[in-house]
Design a protein around this ligand. Sequence first.
Ligand code: S3P
Length: 181
Amino acid sequence: MNPQSRPRAVVLVGFMGAGKTSVGSALAARLGWRFVDLDDRIVAREGRPIAAIFQQAGEPAFRRAETRALAELLQQLPGSGACVLALGGGAFTREENIELLERHGSSVVFLDAPLEELRRRCAPEGELRPLFRDENQFRQLYEARRGHYMRAALRVDTGAKSVEQVASELVALLQLDGCHE
Ligand code: S3P
């Protein structure tokens, strides 16, 4: 791949428990790129945890904060070096966010995994995820969202793979070998 056409921003999307944050930070560390977790940006901008935003202001207010944080981040990116960005599970299901990413030209990768595995991975810190509820709701939300995630240009199956394995697959898939900053 021509170095100029290599991605400067890799965006990881997918359902809760897909490994967006853990794979994203491993990939960034490997490449020497910056890692940004959009949820962390939202928490910093809003001055309270995600669960508190949901509880005190409601999901629509959280979604507005999410879009504002994404727009701001993408605007700052060109001057701040290459970056791996992990989005929250609902971000890539909203048209305004998908358009922002398309306009920016980021490489969007859907991290996929079987529903049961996603649920297992989320369980230990379920209380931090306002949309991690009972089994039925979890499945319904996953089914409603999967079609949106499939709009990502690339998909990697993370089922039964280690974080490092998935990071290696991403390096190969995106042809990022030797792409250190
Ligand atoms: C959400 C997922 C969370 C966080 C928020 C909403 C969702 O991020 O953005 O709780 O709508 O699925 P993770 O996917 O990192 O858990």
